[in-house]
Design a protein around this ligand. Structure first.
Ligand code: KG4
Ligand code: ZN
Length: 332
């Protein structure tokens, strides 16, 4: 079954063509980073307008790159939520129209479910059950995953998402938006022992997280070291990253232990983080746990993960209706 995936929940317009939920024939992502960069964050109204401009060329690009005629597409999967309603509506309405026009079935997919299933696009996916750490700009949660569709939430952030903390710290250091990748690179050049930040929630709240405190701690450090913080940027980045990574690695490995899982997955935009990938891979190996982290282009928002989920739903006979609508809030 060939599924066209469409994603437009935030600031990326994406389309992908995936065969049987596993084989990525094409994956096109049009980023709006340049549009939102001057504002230091995503401006919803600008995002919607950019999605409208990008959706047709992005979908056409994905179909062309897959090397297939569009009549070969068996079904459409599109992100239904959570996300920015105006942005979601662009992809969702397009998918409705595309499916109706071609007389093929279509289905709405949850964005978080997409991230969790992104590991199945890799050659050696985890067997069920496994635990998954979803770390992105909007979410930081741990799930016990028992099937493509069933996740038991084990914990989540009580305030900021990890990616949000990265973006805010980058902004405070004057490094622009989005900041995750910049801080990651800077951290590699710094000494994490020079500027210490407390590991938030390391030994409390079970599998919940909190990242607003560490963001404020970085802010306080900058305020109290106005003359030197610019020279110490790499050390601040390294200290911040070490604290965030320690907590994420510790909790996901503990979650695997608690559930008796020999496999864990790390997904979402922050799963691209070098320090996090290395730390979890190293610490899990010591416990005999196998780690699954998607390739970098499948960590951030993409439509291949949406098509992967859509495949399972369409195959199970699920269908969306013409009066279905998008949703903004997290469901699980
Ligand atoms: O999954 P994603 O593309 O969008 C959401 O669903 O939120 O995640 C975007 C987030 C941003 O906060 C970005 O700064 C962060 O992922 N990110 C990183 C890295 N690359 C992207 N954070 C830390 N290290 C990275 N290398
Ligand atoms: Zn995402």
């Amino acid at each position: 079954m060939i599924v066209l995936g469409i994603e437009s929940s935030c600031d990326e317009t994406a389309a992908a063509v995936v065969r049987d939920g596993r084989q990525v024939l094409s994956s096109v992502v049009a980023s709006q980073v340049a549009v939102h960069h001057p504002y230091g964050g995503v401006v919803p109204e600008l995002a919607s307008r950019k999605h409208i401009e990008a959706i047709v060329p992005v979908v056409n690009g994905a179909i062309a790159e897959a090397g297939i005629d569009e009549t070969r597409i068996d079904g459409v999967a599109v992100t239904q939520g959570p996300g920015l309603v105006g942005s979601l509506l662009v992809g969702f309405s397009f998918a409705k129209g595309f499916a109706y026009g071609h007389g093929i079935p279509w289905i709405g997919v949850d964005h978080l479910e997409g991230h969790i299933n992104s590991v199945f696009l890799e050659p050696d996916p985890p067997p069920f059950p496994f635990v998954a750490l979803l770390v992105s700009g909007g979410h930081t949660s741990i799930y016990h995953v028992t099937s493509h569709r069933e996740f038991e939430p084990m914990g989540q952030t009580r305030d900021d998402a990890a990616g949000e903390a990265y973006d805010k710290v980058a902004k405070m250091l004057g490094l622009g938006y989005p900041g995750g990748m910049v801080i990651d690179r800077l951290a590699a050049r710094g000494d994490s022992g020079k500027v210490f930040f407390t590991r938030p929630y390391l030994d409390k709240a079970r599998f919940d997280f909190s990242f607003s405190g560490i963001k404020s701690a970085v802010g306080r450090y900058i305020q109290t070291h106005p003359d030197t913080y610019r020279d110490d940027q790499a050390h601040i980045a390294a200290g911040f990253q070490a604290a965030v990574v320690d907590v994420l690695a510790y909790k996901i490995i503990r979650a695997a232990g608690e559930k008796g899982c020999g496999h864990l997955a790390v997904v979402g935009g922050v799963a691209a983080n070098r320090g996090l990938r290395d730390a979890i891979t190293r610490d899990a190996a010591e416990k005999g746990i196998t780690v699954h982290i998607p390739a970098l282009d499948l960590c951030g928002d993409n439509a291949a993960m949406v098509a992967a989920v859509g495949y399972h739903r369409l195959k199970a006979g699920e269908r969306a209706g013409m009066d279905d609508d998008v949703y903004s809030r997290v469901k699980f």
